[in-house]
Structure formats: structure tokens, C-alpha cells
Design a binder for this molecule. Structure first.
Ligand SMILES: *Cc1c(COP(=O)(O)O)cnc(C)c1O
Length: 363
């Protein structure tokens, strides 16, 4: 049996260090906004090669608070990928603004820069670029459009911790970036967690207030803020795991290379990597018109598999009241994509098992 993602196995190499880190926090008697969060913020900022990191409660809040900090709200529009996890859209909705979907590039599934300008109006305030499956979006093109139109570029880096685009780490490719540390992400906590990275001093100050009731000095509230904080235990765990993130990402790359090699002549569409980009393979997403047959075969062989994502955001019940343009490519992708198990711990033997099931079951 191969699970889609075995989080216990993922964290097993760090078990002793994680337990020690948790015990330290327990013994400290300080559990919210303390030394662990401050240290993690410094370490993650330095890892992402940016000036600031602000820990928050989760990835959705990270994106939502960035929009709030920029004063984006009712009457504003934000360009989002049509093909993404719902959180990208929800962040915009929660800020009171309108998500304006743009179709993906067929070969990377990331937002297609050539379609962005047509979606920009006088109300557009920002573009959220998602680095889907761990592959950075086409940021040069996105930034060029944004600067021409004087709008912000926000990265949704929830699937791409450590990835690089033309040498620059994600988290430093736009005006600000939102990260998630949900347990299954490339850098995962043992619960919820998130962070924002930015080089903008003013934005960082605004975010430190927004995450903590609008307050820097206890009981002095400058703005109507939120309660969205990374807690000390999760920060201590993340400090342990951050030390191994590059090593884990290298292992993911090796597993991805094995898949690409073993499936190269199979009649499926394999993921493609942009030139000058170092993806971190959060997901291994293949495409096939025979998806249901492959799903059945994988299930039969006791191999975990998922679809990211089975229903496009604009077709979700949550967004049924809005009217959306036709988003044909996103709808087509939702019916063809299939995510295979990928993790740093996967052995060549296990990748072989998965690849063999795929190859044998294509007609
Ligand atoms: C996981 C994820 C998020 C949200 O992160 P949470 O911590 O679960 O709130 C946002 N965007 C993308 C693309 C994600 O994969």
C-alpha cells in the first residue's frame, strides 16, 4: 500500500527534534507571540531571502491580511487564477473585493499572463499569482503587466516553499507573499500555520498590527484588526523542519524525475517545467482523458491518489450567486488532472509500482 501522503512517515526523521522543540515551548510557559515565533520569522525571512516574515494563523489569513493591509476591499477587483485552491479566491472575497478569474497556461496550469491584461479594469488593485503544484508562475510577465497598470503582485506560495524563479526564491517575487504551513505542505507544521513575506517595511508593520487585534502595544488598538497568529508550538516545530526543507525538496525533485522518466512514453500529459525555474513538486499532477480508469486501477492496487481540484472555483456552490465568464480550460483540466503520490520519502521501488499501474492501464 502506498498512501497519497503519509504525514507520520514524512515527519518520522524529525521525530526526536520535534518532541524536544515542543517540550521547550511547554516548559517556557509562553505560548502565543513569543521567542519561537520571532526566531522563526527571522529564519524564514532569511530562507526566502526577503526582509520581513510575519507569522499568521494559516495560509488563507496570510492572503486575506495582505489584501487588507493594502486597503483592498469593496469595489475593488483582484485577478486570480481560475485554476487554484479555493483559498486564493476566498481571501479576495473575505476582503470584500471581487475575484476576477484568468485561465491557466495549458502546459503549467499556472495563470496565463497573456490573458491578464484583458481582465484588468479601473477597479483592479492586484494580481494573486499562485505557484501551483510547487512551480513558480511566469513572474517576469506578470510583474511587467502589474507595473504597467500600477497594481500589486501578491504571491500565493502555499505550495511552493523554497522554489526558485530565475534564481529568486518564491516569497520575494512580488510585493508580498502568503505561505501556508498546513501539515501536508512542503514546509508543514503539526497543525495550522501561515506566514507573509515581503520587502516592504510599511506593509510588514501594518500586518503585525492586523494579525494581533490592530495592536502593537498591549491594549492600544490602532486599527480594527484580527486574531491571526502563528503559535509558539507550531513555530518551534517549523524551526526544526525548516532546516531540512532544502534536503526534502531535493528528494521531491528526485522522485519527480523518476516519475517523468518512468512515464515518459506513456499516453498521458506529464507536468512541464518552465525554463529557468526550480519547482519543489508539492504535487505530481498528470493529465489523461482516461482518468477514471486510472483512478480505479490505482485504488485496486492500494495506491493513494487525489484530484487537485475536482471542481473549479467558479463552479463551487459558494460562488453560485456570481456570474462568471466561460472558463473552458479550467473546466477541462478539472476533468483530466490526477495527482500521484509524491513525498521526499518515496523509494524508487514505490515510484515504480505507481508508474507500472499507470502504464498498464492505459488503453
Ligand atoms: C493550502 C493552500 C492555501 C491555504 O492554506 P491554509 O493554511 O490551508 O489556509 C492557499 N492557497 C493554496 C494554493 C494552497 O494550496
Amino acid at each position: 500500500m502506498i498512501q497519497f501522503l503519509d504525514i507520520k512517515r514524512l515527519n518520522a526523521p524529525y521525530d526526536t527534534e520535534i518532541r524536544t522543540a515542543i517540550a521547550q515551548v511547554l516548559d517556557s510557559g509562553w505560548y502565543v507571540l513569543g521567542k519561537q515565533v520571532a526566531a522563526f520569522e527571522q529564519e524564514f525571512a532569511s530562507y526566502c531571502e526577503v526582509k520581513h516574515c510575519i507569522g499568521v494563523a494559516n495560509g488563507l489569513d496570510a492572503l486575506h491580511l495582505i489584501l487588507r493591509a493594502y486597503g483592498i476591499g469593496p469595489g475593488d477587483e483582484v485577478i486570480v487564477p481560475a485554476n487554484t485552491f479555493i483559498a486564493t479566491w476566498l481571501a479576495v472575497t473575505h476582503a470584500g473585493a471581487i475575484p476576477v478569474p484568468v485561465e491557466p497556461e495549458e502546459f503549467t496550469h499556472n495563470i496565463d499572463p497573456s490573458l491578464i491584461e484583458a481582465a484588468i479594469t479601473k477597479q483592479t488593485k492586484a494580481i494573486i499569482a499562485v505557484h501551483l503544484y510547487g512551480q513558480p508562475a511566469n513572474m517576469d510577465a506578470i510583474r511587467a503587466i502589474a507595473s504597467k497598470n500600477k497594481i500589486y503582485v501578491i504571491e500565493d506560495a502555499a505550495q511552493a516553499h523554497g522554489a526558485r524563479y530565475h534564481g529568486t526564491r518564491v516569497g520575494g517575487l512580488g510585493d508580498a507573499a502568503g505561505f501556508s504551513f498546513y501539515p501536508g505542505k512542503n514546509l508543514g507544521a503539526l497543525g495550522d500555520g501561515g506566514a507573509i513575506t515581503t520587502n516592504d517595511d510599511q506593509l510588514a508593520n501594518a500586518l503585525r498590527k492586523l494579525r494581533n487585534y490592530g495592536s502593537v502595544i498591549k491594549y492600544h488598538h490602532e486599527v480594527t484588526g484580527f486574531n491571526s497568529r502563528l503559535d509558539e508550538i507550531q513555530a518551534a516545530i517549523l524551526r526544526v523542519k525548516l532546516q531540512y526543507l532544502d534536503k526534502d525538496n531535493i528528494l521531491r525533485r528526485q522522485v519527480a524525475a523518476m516519475y517523468l522518466n518512468k512515464l515518459q512514453d506513456a499516453d498521458i500529459i506529464l507536468p512541464k517545467v518552465l525554463d529557468g525555474v526550480e519547482p519543489v513538486w508539492h504535487l505530481m499532477v498528470i493529465r489523461s482523458e482516461q482518468r477514471s480508469r486510472l483512478q480505479a486501477a490505482l485504488t485496486e492496487a492500494n495506491i493513494g491518489h487525489l484530484v487537485h481540484y475536482p471542481i473549479a472555483c467558479h463552479q463551487q456552490a459558494a460562488y453560485a450567486e456570481n456570474t462568471w465568464p466561460k472558463l473552458e480550460l479550467s473546466e477541462k483540466l478539472q476533468n483530466q488532472v490526477l495527482s500521484l503520490p509524491i513525498a521526499p520519502y518515496l523509494s524508487e521501488n514505490e515510484v515504480d509500482m505507481v508508474a507500472n499501474v499507470i502504464r498498464k492501464n492505459l488503453s
